[in-house]
Design a binder for this molecule. Structure first.
Ligand code: ADP
Ligand code: ZN
Length: 313
């Protein structure tokens, strides 16, 4: 039987609904602006309903901007939690989108989902331990350990760790919670503020900010390497893609910082994601594939609570 997999990526500015076949070929893809939950979630639900009406899909994956609740059997599970985005706090994304569909479903952060897509089809294929970092409006990290994104009290928030500063750099940083955490030093809005609000599409490699940006990201990578030992770190997002010189700087600084203590491979360790523009939209498709695979062959495909509860990559 050919399966069709539905995926919903919820981003801060737009959401992408994707329908794939079981060879990961995209059958349909629609973009919906992220406005308020009362408008955006019903619009996404309508797309799912249309697809289900044509021919039922076999699994659903949802990857969302965060923070989100990922602990099963808690009131927050499947909800967006502490976001500053107006109207979205406590939005029941999973309940609203998956409710009408009696199929296996998996829910995760957008960046964890994209990491799993890169692991399945992109630049981390064959690796059980790797990281996917997006440097854009924020710094998001999907850290995959033994094949699963890290879990615990919340989900991976490595973009908000504090790291040693570049000697002499006392700029206070731009994160409203932590000031000079990695996101407060290296995300797009921080860089823009540091450049006197210069639009970043006009930024060049000569602007005097990249050493500090690369240093903060290299220190974050150092922390990941020493804690979880990823075999590769993929770095994408609007800032990294718009400033391709950054990856080489981060790689050099990381190697210098690690100082041979862990033998890094000779080939580049920091790479761009391979799925390009589709890394985000294919993330929820990867979640949907995982949900489908976790249903034992021969057992009825049903959205049983234990499967939902297992919703972790
Ligand atoms: P998001 O993180 O919201 O999903 P993106 O990954 O596209 O979105 O990142 C958006 C960020 O990338 C913005 O802060 C934007 O200013 C920044 N950006 C866009 N173009 C460039 C560029 N050429 N150089 C550096 N930063 C850029
Ligand atoms: Zn922070």
């Amino acid at each position: 039987m050919t399966h069709r997999i539905a995926g919903i990526e919820l981003g801060g500015t737009k959401c992408v609904a994707t329908l794939c076949d079981d060879q990961r070929r995209i059958l349909d893809q629609t973009t919906v602006p992220t406005t308020s939950p009362d408008v955006t979630l019903p619009a996404l639900s309508a797309i799912l309903a249309r697809w289900a009406c044509d021919s039922p899909f076999s699994a659903l994956g949802i990857g969302s901007f965060g923070p989100v609740g990922l602990t099963p059997h808690t009131p927050d599970f499947g909800h967006i939690t502490a976001t500053a985005k107006p109207g979205w706090r406590n939005a029941d994304v999973l309940g609203i989108l998956s409710g009408p569909h009696d199929v296996p479903c998996r829910f995760d952060t957008d960046v964890n989902a994209a990491a799993l897509a890169e692991g399945r089809w992109g630049a981390a294929q064959g690796l059980e331990d790797f990281a996917y970092v997006t440097v854009g409006t924020g710094v998001g990290v999907g850290l995959v350990v033994h094949g699963r994104p890290t879990r615990g009290l919340g989900h991976c928030e490595l973009g908000h760790i504090r790291v040693p500063r570049l000697p002499g750099d006392i700029w206070p940083g731009h994160c409203p919670y932590h000031g000079d955490c990695v996101e407060g030093l290296a995300a797009g809005p921080a860089i823009k503020a540091r450049l006197g609000q210069k639009p970043l599409h006009e930024a060049t490699a000569q602007d005097p900010v990249w050493t500090g940006v690369a240093h903060a990201l290299a220190q974050m990578c150092h922390g990941m390497l020493m804690s979880c030992g990823p075999h590769r770190i993929l770095i994408g997002g609007g800032v990294a893609n718009g400033q391709p010189h950054l990856r080489g700087m981060i790689e050099r600084m990381l190697r210098e910082s690690v100082a041979g203590y862990i033998p890094l491979p000779g080939e580049p360790f920091i790479l761009p994601p391979a799925l390009g523009d589709q890394a985000g939209p294919l993330g929820p498709i990867a979640l949907g594939f995982s949900a489908l695979e976790s249903v034992r062959p021969g057992s009825p495909v049903s959205r049983a609570q234990p499967l939902l509860a297992a919703g972790n990559g």
